[in-house]
Write a protein that binds this ligand. Structure first.
Ligand code: ZN
Length: 82
């Protein structure tokens, strides 16, 4: 018996240029991280002009209040943490 194997040698190429971290701040009331709605890497965050973004979290998921963040408040967090 002869088996005819077809071997696929296609390597999956990973796209890493599309990966971004989520930007968080700590809730001043509960000190828990709150996602501020931005996605970027450190270089972008460092170069970010805060005047170009909405610096508010309209409703904090932890305490329900509105928070305003400065650049010093922000930090990056990769997915899957917790
Ligand atoms: Zn809060």
């Amino acid at each position: 018996m002869i088996y005819d194997f077809e071997i696929e040698s296609s390597k999956p190429t990973r796209k890493i240029d599309g990966l971004m971290s989520q930007v968080f701040m700590n809730c001043p009331n509960t000190e828990k991280p709150v996602y501020v709605g931005l996605n970027m890497e450190w270089g972008q965050l460092e170069a970010l002009d805060l005047a170009s973004v909405d610096q508010r979290i309209k409703k904090c998921p932890h305490c329900g209040q509105e928070h305003r963040f400065e650049k010093n408040d922000l930090f990056l967090r990769a997915d899957g943490g917790g």
